[in-house]
Design a binder for this molecule. Structure first.
Ligand SMILES: CC(C)(COP(=O)(O)OP(=O)(O)OC[C@H]1O[C@@H](n2cnc3c(N)ncnc32)[C@H](O)[C@@H]1OP(=O)(O)O)[C@@H](O)C(=O)NCCC(=O)NCCS
Length: 220
C-alpha cells in the first residue's frame, strides 16, 4: 500500500482520487484482456518509455499473449470503475538450472492516473515480492529522458546509472524476513478487499443507471 494523497494537498477530479491508498493486486492470465486494453491506451511516447522502442499494437498483442504468469509476476492497480490504471511486470531473469536471483521491473500508468502514487506503489509491491522470492537484484531499464521513472527509482533507493541515452537502475534487495512476508500478505488481502468493495459499488451504480435510464451524476 502506498498513501500519496495523505501527504499531498492536491485533490484531483479523476476517478483515482477516491482511493487515498493505492492498492495493488496480483494479476493472472484471466486479466490478459484488461492488460492488453491498458497497454493499447498508451500513446506512442509512453510506449517508447515503457518498452524502450517504438511499439506497434501488434507487438503489444504478442507481448500480452506471451506473458508467462507462472514464471513472472504482473501487478495492477484498479481504479474506482475497475479499469486497470497501472500495471507492473516483474520478469525474472533466467539462470539455467537455478533459481533466478535477478528480476527486471517494467511499469505503466495511464495518463489521468499519474502523479498519485500508483507507479511508486507498483514498484514497492514488486520489490517486496521480488525480495520474498529470493531475488537479490532488481533492475529497471529506462530511457535517460525518463525523469519521472528515475525519480521513482531513486526514491525507492535504487542506484541509477546513465549511459548512451539509457538509464539503468538497480536495487540490491536484502533477504526476506518475517515482516516482508507479512507485509506482502497484508497488502494482498487489503487489495482484494478493495477490489470487492469497488466491484460492489460498480454493480450498485450500474443497477441505478439501469433503473433511472441515465448515468448517475459524478460525485467529483
Ligand atoms: C513512470 C510512470 C509509471 C509514473 O507513474 P505515476 O503513477 O505517475 O508515478 P507516481 O505518482 O508514483 O510518482 C511520480 C513521481 O515523479 C515525479 N515527477 C513527475 N514528473 C517528473 C519529472 N519530469 N521529473 C522528475 N520527477 C517527476 C512526481 O512528482 C512524483 O514524485 P513524488 O511522489 O516524490 O511527488 C508513468 O509516468 C508512466 O506510465 N510513464 C510511461 C511509461 C514509463 O515511463 N514506464 C517506465 C519505464 S519501465
Amino acid at each position: 500500500m502506498h498513501n500519496k494523497a495523505a501527504n499531498s494537498r492536491f485533490i484531483s477530479k479523476t476517478p483515482y482520487a477516491s482511493s487515498l491508498i493505492v492498492h495493488v493486486r496480483e494479476l493472472h492470465a484471466n486479466h490478459k484482456e484488461q492488460i492488453l486494453n491498458h497497454l493499447l491506451l498508451l500513446n506512442e511516447d509512453d510506449r517508447r518509455l515503457r518498452f524502450g522502442t517504438q511499439t506497434s499494437n501488434e507487438v503489444i498483442e504478442r507481448h500480452v499473449e506471451r506473458l508467462d504468469f507462472t514464471q513472472d509476476k504482473v501487478f495492477g492497480h484498479f481504479d474506482a470503475l475497475l479499469n486497470l490504471a497501472g500495471i507492473a511486470h516483474l520478469a525474472y531473469l533466467p539462470i539455467a538450472n537455478e533459481q533466478s536471483e535477478a528480476a527486471e521491473f517494467g511499469v505503466s500508468v495511464l495518463p489521468n492516473g499519474r502523479g498519485q502514487g500508483i507507479g511508486t506503489a507498483l514498484l514497492a509491491r514488486a520489490s517486496v515480492h521480488a525480495r520474498n522470492t529470493g531475488v537479490k537484484t532488481l533492475f529497471v531499464h529506462c530511457l535517460a529522458n525518463n525523469k519521472t521513472m528515475m525519480h521513482i527509482a531513486r526514491k525507492a533507493g535504487m542506484h541509477v546509472e546513465l549511459a548512451y541515452g539509457d538509464a539503468d537502475a538497480h536495487l540490491r534487495l536484502l533477504p526476506a524476513n518475517h515482516s516482508t512476508i507479512v507485509e506482502e500478505a497484508t497488502n494482498s488481502q487489503w487489495a482484494n478487499f478493495d477490489y470487492v468493495v469497488k466491484a460492489n459499488w460498480k454493480r450498485t451504480k450500474d443497477a441505478w443507471c439501469w433503473i433511472l435510464g441515465k448515468p448517475l451524476p459524478s460525485s467529483t
